[in-house]
Design a protein around this ligand. Structure first.
Ligand code: GSH
Length: 213
């Protein structure tokens, strides 16, 4: 059976799907309404957390978008998308992978929750985490001053995982403070054929496709 990835439109599922597409792997995507916990409750039987993405590959089951991208390059490589342990940029690669979700996607989750899902409950938290997110972009902007890609002078899953956080910010309209290096880098990445293909995967059944709908 091919690799299966459950996702919703514009979600962190884009990371592993983009990775699989760039690698030319055979994979199947199931796009669901958002949030599947409520809109497709039978999904809870597949993934007890109800979160997206979710990967099934043979006996493998995974709930972390960045971990799934790492799994795909490690298990189905060799691929240039992976930075190897003997390369100078390996520590930076690991740092960017963790940074992409823990530091620059997580604050946006708080923003989504308190602006779109529970408005009025914690407006100050939403505003605080919006600013927190923008402040944390400093490292990315400075790093991109002298390079085209984040690691090893080539496109890797570090670019995929980090740029997804910027894609999310754009879709939420919290991109007003993006600086020139981030803008140049994201514009280049989002022009990739694989990205355009996976961005077009849509949920077209009943119910909202994403938190903005
Ligand atoms: N750290 C996890 C987070 C997964 C996660 O929370 N995904 C969000 C969408 S981007 C979600 O499932 N939200 C719906 C919900 O919590 O019901 C990852 O990187 O995959």
């Amino acid at each position: 059976m091919a690799i299966k990835i459950y996702s919703t439109q514009g979600s962190r599922g884009m990371r592993p799907i983009w990775t699989a597409e760039e690698m030319g792997l055979e994979y199947e995507v199931e796009m669901m309404p958002f949030p599947p916990r409520f809109m497709q409750p039978e999904y809870m039987k597949v993934n007890i957390l109800g979160t997206i993405p979710y990967l099934i590959d043979g006996d493998a089951r995974m709930t972390e978008s960045v971990g799934i991208s790492q799994y795909l390059v490690d298990r189905y490589g060799p691929t240039d998308l992976k930075v190897n342990i003997e390369e100078d940029d390996y520590p930076f690669y690991l740092n960017w992978l963790a940074h992409s979700d823990a530091t620059i996607t997580f604050p946006q989750t708080v923003f989504i929750r308190y602006t779109l899902q529970e408005p009025g409950v914690a407006d100050k938290a939403a505003e605080g985490y919006r600013r927190w997110f923008l402040a944390r972009l400093k490292l990315l902007e400075v790093t991109l001053e002298d390079r085209e890609y984040l690691c090893s002078n080539r496109f890797t899953i570090a670019d995929i995982c980090v740029s997804y956080a910027l894609y999310l910010a754009r879709s939420l309209g919290i991109d007003e403070a993006f600086k020139p290096n981030i803008l140049r880098w994201t514009d280049m990445l989002f022009e990739r054929e694989a990205f355009k293909k996976i961005e077009a995967y849509k949920y077209d059944g009943p119910g909202p496709a994403g938190p903005n709908d």
